[in-house]
Design a protein around this ligand. Structure first.
Ligand code: FMN
Length: 169
């Protein structure tokens, strides 16, 4: 089984712009009986309420949303460029129709009862703190609303405290 070691969030060396925007992440939630994962490339890491946090944005039609809503924890798994094909798959197919772990061969593991993947290079285990839907009246640049939400499928933002960072030894 893959070996991870725990580090402090402040020891993460990779640029978040690269880790999230370029390499993409798998956002996973659920439990050993039932879980789901999806690719995300929008999000952030930072500091809020004196805690190290992640910001993640989930559209209402994602199957993963129900799992994140239900559970206290979720994870973000980073793989680098080696797993592009698998992440593209998890970002194109829905867990309503396919078993993504089975189809990609990725190996699920659990921490705080939240799923992550053994093949990951880095895993952020996050405890939910806050959730809020984007709303049309809140855009100060309305062109973003028009460009991204023709279907009015506004993202729901989740802020999670990074309670554990696992990296490959
Ligand atoms: C590179 C990439 C990044 C994505 N980022 C997000 C995101 O940040 N938020 C989101 O709601 N969907 C995002 N998606 C779309 C979901 O990953 C996709 O709809 C997925 O099939 C949802 O799976 P699910 O229905 O099993 O939850 C992204 C897709 C790709 C390919």
């Amino acid at each position: 089984m893959s070996k991870f070691k725990e580090i402090n969030p402040t020891e993460i060396t990779q640029s978040p712009f690269e880790m999230i925007g370029k390499d993409w992440l798998l956002l996973s939630a659920g439990n050993k009986e039932s879980f789901n994962t999806m690719t995300v490339s929008w999000g952030g890491v930072g500091v809020l309420w004196n805690k190290n946090v992640v910001f993640t944005f989930i559209r209402p039609q994602r199957y993963t949303l129900g799992f994140v809503e239900k559970e206290d924890y979720f994870t973000l798994s980073g793989f680098g460029k080696d797993f592009r094909k698998e992440l593209a798959f998890c970002g194109a197919k829905s867990g309503r129709d396919v078993d993504k772990a089975k189809e990609t061969g990725l190996t699920p593991n659990f921490d705080e009862n939240a799923p992550y993947f053994d093949e990951a290079k880095i895993v952020l285990v996050c405890k939910k703190l806050y959730k809020q839907n984007f709303a049309p009246e809140c855009f100060t640049d309305e062109s973003l609303d028009n460009a991204n939400y023709a279907a009015k499928d506004y993202h729901k933002m989740f802020i999670g405290e990074i309670v554990k960072v696992l990296v490959k030894e």
